[in-house]
Design a protein around this ligand. Sequence first.
Ligand SMILES: Cc1cc2nc3c(=O)[nH]c(=O)nc-3n(C[C@H](O)[C@H](O)[C@H](O)COP(=O)(O)OP(=O)(O)OC[C@H]3O[C@@H](n4cnc5c(N)ncnc54)[C@H](O)[C@@H]3O)c2cc1C
Length: 481
Amino acid sequence: MTVAVVQPSIANVHRADHAPRVIVVGGGLAGMAAAIALETAGVSVTLLEARKGLGGRASSFDDPQTGETLDNCQHVLLGCCTNLLDFYRRLGVSHLIHYERTVHFVGKGGRRNDLSGVRGLPAPLHLGPSMAGFSALTLRERVAVSRAMLAMLRLGRAGRAALSDTSFGQWLDDHHQSAALVQKLYDPILVGSLNEQCRDASAAYAIQVFQDAMLAHASGYVIGLPACPLGELYAKFPCRDVRLGTRVSGIRFTGASATGVELLGGEVLDADAVVLATNHHAVRRWVPEELATRDSRFARLGELESVPILGAHLWFDRPVLTDSHAAFIEGPLQWLFKKDAEGKAVHGVISAAREWVDVPRDEALKRFEQQIRAVFPRARDATLLRGVTVIEKRATFSPKPGVDRLRPPQAPPAGGIENLYLAGDYTLSGWPATMEGAVRSGYLAAEAVASALPSWFANRNRSYLVPDLSIQWPARMLGYR
Ligand SMILES: Cc1cc2nc3c(=O)[nH]c(=O)nc-3n(C[C@H](O)[C@H](O)[C@H](O)COP(=O)(O)OP(=O)(O)OC[C@H]3O[C@@H](n4cnc5c(N)ncnc54)[C@H](O)[C@@H]3O)c2cc1C
């Protein structure tokens, strides 16, 4: 999408005797990232979050039965999530992320295939030995995958972007990747990363996962798992004015400018600029039709398709999982994570979980129990003591071909609402709906605000986005640009 972006001045800030005041609505990762970036630039930020805790979709809740703090769903990051890692650094919680250099794929009967980078070898050579010995694939399939990976490398970033309207299914067919390969390799890697069936996703986003995570830099594929409930990562969020349990009920406008927000109780907060960092469903409700029609960012939001994710917290009477995680080659659960030292408490995830929305909880739990008992020999006699399933119906938008034409930029277009900015994983961030995408969108929104600050303000035109991991020499030699 090509949008003419104006550089609006943040209208009401004429004097140098008070810092520009920015309200950020929504304390998910996007809102927190925007708030922390602007706060460090010296802007006066107020972050408003409807819930009692920060984190939005990447947060924790107290289990009413036990009082235990559980995550709404296990969240996984990869080494290529440079902006998310920068955000954690700003929060001072980098040490709470534990890294796994080996990805454990588990097939029928518990047969394990590990994907592990050779230390010291640059990308994409680092994964070569693991891929060569990946016995879940036949020799012929391994050769086919190597060819596909080479093709992805040669595409580079520009070639990948040109495939944004093509389905990955089409690309796989064009590159002679069989249905068995989709089931054994592409789906286990991509469905969780994109929250979409891999054949239905945009080829650009599917190939980005391989390029960024596996082909360009040896650290890209490393899995990061929080060693604490997600909510604890944000416990000391370093912004002065964070108001939890504060629900915004509307945005105040004068002409084509936002003048502030109205809270549920009727209180009005004035602002020089507003960053809306809620999900896109809420955003569209708050902008009056007349303003929405002149601001192209709101034109196609309704066309974004939401895709559910299911998370299952499972407690067994004995240890069932030895490793920190397992990526299942066959479902129903796609990933399983160890949640206690012994491996009795585990968390299973199903992405693109459309067909699970109406499955009764007990039936779902029975199927997960059966799967775990069938796959892990040590769990054969294990009994599921308790299970909690959480299904987020609007977990993320579907990264289907052409989706970027529906996603709005963070900054207002020419003639749009001049001091209203958008942040959120659904905005144009260059990434699919992920924690990294959300943080990038927040940094981009902060950059857009900073570029519109008055000339007397010292920290205008600041940039917050962190670069991608560098491209290592073998990847460059193989044509990756
Ligand atoms: C089940 C599940 C599993 C996931 N797993 C992963 C994963 O493993 N790895 C990964 O990278 N990503 C994962 N994601 C995606 C990731 O969680 C999201 O992309 C990211 O958290 C979105 O952040 P956000 O700030 O854009 O939106 P949100 O987190 O939705 O934040 C919006 C915030 O706005 C607040 N809000 C809404 N209305 C109002 C109002 N009126 N007033 C004030 N506040 C309001 C909400 O309470 C919320 O806190 C997963 C998502 C889900 C749902």
